[in-house]
Design a protein around this ligand. Structure first.
Ligand SMILES: NC(=O)c1ccc[n+]([C@@H]2O[C@H](COP(=O)([O-])OP(=O)(O)OC[C@H]3O[C@@H](n4cnc5c(N)ncnc54)[C@H](OP(=O)(O)O)[C@@H]3O)[C@@H](O)[C@H]2O)c1
Length: 290
């Protein structure tokens, strides 16, 4: 029986990136819909669950993506509400790669520093989808998490939304521009840059050889890179007195994780892959490799 992936994308054009990875991960057909809103979801999900018998439903799965993470969260919630026993299909949310990217970064951090409990993690520009997911996961692991934003109100909104989504407390501080990076890194043991592509957020002088800082991770792959002095291909190398990862150093694991998650959607019919469960898959992959 063919493996069908229903792609529900909140953006007008369904992501080609997500389609390519889905085929590479073993989907036989990707049924793509763009511009999906909340009112569309129920009928599309019912189209999946009433066509194949319950014992074959693991051959159908649903992927939720798009550039807007909060829209994706809403679509996932409605998709879950549209399912009932025994008519279930597995679901995964990864709006703009935010879950898989954040998880890959957090797992690389865990591999480097061990237990994050009690460690101070500063997430630069932590108000975007990737930063918020990473903040939630690190805080769930017991880290003391600080997110930065250029605008205090934006930082406060993100702080609250991370708290509600992950049931954790994080702190938000304003960082108007890169010239304030050294101040916000005071006491940091973990540095993660989740700022936008092509913006230098942390100058070398702010992080290099900073006492106490153990790891620096930059997710921006577009020059100028986000942490000055961390190279895009760095994958756990030593620079300036600490372990560093660049965007491709994290991205290779992210792609492996993304594919593994899609293939797992077809192993059963009741899996829900969101940040925490994707993190479980990532940690299993790390264990398998050891
Ligand atoms: N490897 C992968 O597969 C992959 C996948 C997804 C994302 N990424 C990368 O991960 C990073 C984070 O992604 P994202 O989608 O979460 O980021 P994003 O939403 O584009 O940006 C994150 C935050 O950066 C701040 N910001 C925006 N423009 C800025 C500017 N010109 N100067 C300074 N700050 C600015 C904003 O925060 P405030 O307004 O609150 O300051 C925004 O909330 C990006 O570099 C992205 O390319 C990689």
């Amino acid at each position: 029986m063919r493996k069908l992936l229903l792609q529900l994308d909140s953006s007008r054009l369904p992501s080609v990136f997500d389609q390519v990875v889905a085929y590479d991960a073993g989907a036989d057909v990707v049924m793509s819909y763009g511009g999906i809103t909340e009112s569309d979801v129920r009928d599309l999900i019912h189209g999946c669950i009433f066509t194949r018998g319950p014992k074959d439903l693991h051959n159908t799965a649903v992927w939720i993506g798009g550039s807007n993470m909060s829209a994706g969260e809403q679509l996932l919630a409605i998709a879950q509400d549209s399912l009932f026993d025994p008519f279930r299909v597995s679901l995964m949310l990864d709006s703009n790669g935010s879950n898989t990217t954040a998880v890959a970064a957090v797992v690389k951090i865990e591999q480097t520093v061990g237990d994050v409990r009690g460690k101070r993690a500063v997430i630069i520009a932590g108000t975007g989808p990737v930063g918020q997911r990473a903040a939630g996961l690190l805080a769930m692991g017991g880290a003391t998490v600080v997110i930065t934003s250029r605008k205090p109100e934006q930082g406060e909104r993100a702080r609250r939304s991370i708290g509600e989504r992950f049931d954790v407390q994080v702190e938000s501080v304003a960082m108007a521009d890169a010239s304030h990076a050294a101040e916000v890194l005071e006491g940091a043991e973990i540095l993660l840059n989740s700022g936008p592509a092509g913006v230098l957020m942390v100058p070398r002088a702010a992080w290099a050889n900073r006492p106490g800082l153990l790891v620096a991770v930059d997710l921006n792959a577009v020059p100028p890179l986000g942490i000055e002095g961390v190279e895009v291909n760095d994958a756990g190398v030593q620079r300036e007195g600490m372990t560093v990862f660049g965007a491709f150093g994290v991205g290779n694991f992210k792609t492996r994780l993304h594919k593994q998650c899609v293939s797992r959607l077809f192993q059963r019919n009741d899996l829900v892959l969101d940040a925490e469960t994707i993190a479980d898959v990532a940690r299993e992959l790390v264990k398998e490799k050891k």
